[in-house]
Design a protein around this ligand. Sequence first.
Ligand code: ADP
Ligand code: MG
Length: 244
Amino acid sequence: MFVDIKNLTYKYKNTSEPTIKDFSLQMKKGDIFSILGESGSGKSTILRLIAGLEIPMSGSISMNNRTIFDERTYIPPEKREVGMVFQDYALFPHMTVANNIKYGLRKMNKKEKMEKMEEMLSLVNLSKYKDRYPYELSGGQQQRVALARALAPAPTLLVFDEPFSNLDTYLQIRIRDELREILKQTGITSIFVTHDQEDAKVLADEIIYLENGKVIWKGTPDELLPYSQGSHLNQMKAEKMYNR
Ligand code: ADP
Ligand code: MG
């Protein structure tokens, strides 16, 4: 498997219960997965474990045939080739769009950086905006810059933490369609977390439903029945009880 995460367990120092319990995930190259769960269910913590910002108590993580974490291995975040896109985009406010995108391209020479930056801008349809500063862009445009910056170094895995929660509904719908197209076009393997069932259905090849740090359901968007969120969650809980 291209991404193979096995039995991760994690507890924050000041808590009694583990925050993440026995989390596993297998992805093929190019897969787009969504981790769906209510606020506090542990979604961001899982991304932090994958990125190397927190250290699991047990379990293993490998990507592209390289172990990045197990009982003997800890590869630091900057060497994991995991790109992150945050809810608030985290663009550098004092840098132009062009420099934001070039920032992560340390190993390239000047000409290569320039070409990569142009290629990424054209991919996200922002070529005309390269000399602007983040505050001169709309929320949706800032988000596309964040995406271009994360894609530029060609990470092994790209993770998104609630990427649409700062956008209004109209933009959210437009951008998530666009995002799926861009991700599939580049063939990048990605995980995005969301509390919004519609986001997960539109974007993901597979959905993992998380509750209290535990996976309680996994399946394709088609298998998620078109119920309203509340009744559907009750249905999933009922199935879980039934399958015990
Ligand atoms: P989500 O992203 O799904 O909203 P989080 O992963 O942020 O959930 O948080 C999962 C749980 O861990 C929550 O109960 C949260 O309060 C707790 N938590 C998050 N960060 C810390 C921390 N640094 N120290 C202690 N507990 C934390
Ligand atoms: Mg979160």
